[in-house]
Design a protein around this ligand. Structure first.
Ligand code: NDP
Ligand code: HSE
Length: 439
């Protein structure tokens, strides 16, 4: 295919601005970047100051005008949110345009609908920027690791919360002030509750699970806890016990399945503040950086690490997707073949196990009376429910009471819940003050 590849941008905020900036400065990048031409850009407010200098005639407030422009070959959706983003992606597919999107909220909820529409229209929908910001993780999962049986994908996949936790741990900075910095740096979602409540990480782990295990998962069933309820005292206690605290997302295969079985593949997914031993590779992942550990057979364990949010890193991933589509178009002199790894026909049924069956180690903190026998009684409640304790420590003993921190060995959530119920009924225990995961 001769000539330029036309790019239509939907959105010119943090990510859209980063993409436009790369397209305007192709020098010393891949030669194909110079063959991408920014045709039109949709924004909400024509008068808003822009991070990049653009010919104003490119701007419109009508996203359909961008999609339907005959010179636009690839539509880049970086508006965010569920609607109109979902409808605009489907509109672009219906118009025969390939789509690149950074929108994990849409893909986690409507990925299958979008992939089916793309397969029927024989166009691409590429999503490298939707997880891990600038880290290449989507294409490696789809292609480079395709020969593996993936058993577990876990990691730190929200830059805003990792930035907040790092600055709170390293500087003792105040939560609200650091969140404001993260917003100003362009890391946070339009509604930062999506970051701090763990919803963004849940979107991303649902997408990674879909790719790693080859089937769609019910996003609404992912147990999700964020950092907004995390207390500094637990970060301090974790530190004294040899752990850092990270917002971790985990997706793992739960059981062997017979080959050719039609039963859904059982998976366990969760997002939760989690204690990470200081010598674990994830413990050193700080600031806006993300890291994703993929464990599979026969590869073993690989870790993908890098900047997880922000204009430049995210635009790097978006432009890589545009280049992939442009390269295929040029090689095939047309829209190109459909990527079989994104086609809906290759998906298989997956089911999320009941949250009571999720197995992991736990960190819990109880407020108690500082009375003789209290540690023994707490330990007894755990033992009677077959919950094995790795460590039990009393902090802060005073007239006002004490705090007992327990780290367990791996147990099911159901066993843990039963033990916690029994412990909270003890007269010397005034409450469960914190409950986190532990690697
Ligand atoms: P911003 O809020 O910075 O930008 C959104 C852009 O979309 C703005 O230019 C806005 O216009 C435009 N827009 C909003 N609604 C409409 C509409 N109805 N019609 C036309 N234009 C509209 O968001 P980000 O760039 O931060 O995020 C974009 C997407 O990328 C989201 O899905 C986000 O989750 C994802 N993402 C973001 C990352 C980051 O680090 N920021 C990293 C990875 C993914 P106007 O400027 O006029 O208001
Ligand atoms: N708000 C997201 C984060 C952007 O902080 O990770 C990148 O997806």
């Amino acid at each position: 295919m001769a000539g330029k590849v036309g790019v239509g941008l939907l959105g010119l905020g943090t990510v859209g601005g980063g993409v436009a900036s790369i397209l305007q400065n192709p020098s010393e990048r891949h030669p194909l970047v110079g063959e991408l031409e920014l045709i039109r850009v949709a924004v909400r407010d024509l008068n808003r100051p822009r991070p990049v200098a653009l010919d104003e005639s490119l701007l419109t407030t009508d996203p359909s005008a961008v999609i339907q422009d005959p010179a636009v070959d690839v539509v880049v959706e970086v508006i965010g949110g569920l609607e109109p983003a979902r409808s605009l992606i489907l509109q672009a597919i219906a118009a025969g345009k390939s789509v690149v999107t950074a929108n994990k909220a849409v893909i986690a909820r409507h990925g299958q609908e979008i992939a089916e529409a793309a397969a029927a229209a024989r166009v691409y929908v590429l999503i490298e920027a939707a997880v891990g910001g600038g880290i290449p993780i989507i294409e490696p999962l789809k292609q480079s690791l395709g020969g593996n049986r993936i058993n577990r994908v876990s990691g730190i996949i929200n830059g805003t919360t990792n930035y907040i936790l790092t600055r709170m741990a390293e500087e003792g900075a105040a939560y609200d002030a650091v969140l404001k910095d993260a917003q100003e740096l362009g890391y946070a979602e339009a509604d930062p509750a999506a970051d701090v409540d763990g919803l963004d990480a849940a979107d991303k782990i649902a997408i990674l699970a879909t790719l790693a295990f080859g089937g769609s998962v019910d996003r609404s069933a992912v147990p999700t806890d964020g950092i907004s309820g995390l207390q500094g005292v637990d970060v301090d206690y974790a530190n004294q016990l040899g752990y850092g605290v990270k917002l971790l997302a985990v997706a793992e295969r739960m059981a062997e399945r017979m080959p050719n079985s039609d039963d859904p593949l059982p998976l366990s997914l969760r997002v939760q503040p989690t204690l990470v031993p200081k010598d674990h590779p994830l413990a050193g992942v700080n600031g806006v950086n993300n890291a994703i550990l993929v464990e599979g057979d026969p590869i073993g364990r690989v870790m993908f690490y890098g900047p997880g949010a922000g204009a430049g890193p995210t635009a790097s991933a978006v432009v890589a997707d545009i280049l992939n589509i442009a390269g295929i178009r040029k090689a095939s002199d047309g829209p190109g073949k459909v990527d079989p790894l994104l086609a809906a026909s290759s998906w298989r049924p997956c089911s999320l196990v009941d949250s009571g069956d999720i197995r992991q180690r736990h960190y819990v903190r109880f407020k108690t009376k500082d009375a003789p026998g209290v540690i023994g009684n707490v330990g007894g409640c755990f033992g009677q429910r077959n919950v094995s304790i790795q460590s039990i420590v009393q902090f802060n003993a005073s007239d006002a009471g004490a705090e007992i921190v327990v780290i367990t060995h791996e147990v099911s959530q159901r066993q843990m819940n039963e033990a916690l119920e029994a412990i909270q009924a003890l007269p010397e225990v005034s409450g469960l003050a914190a409950h986190l995961g532990c690697l």
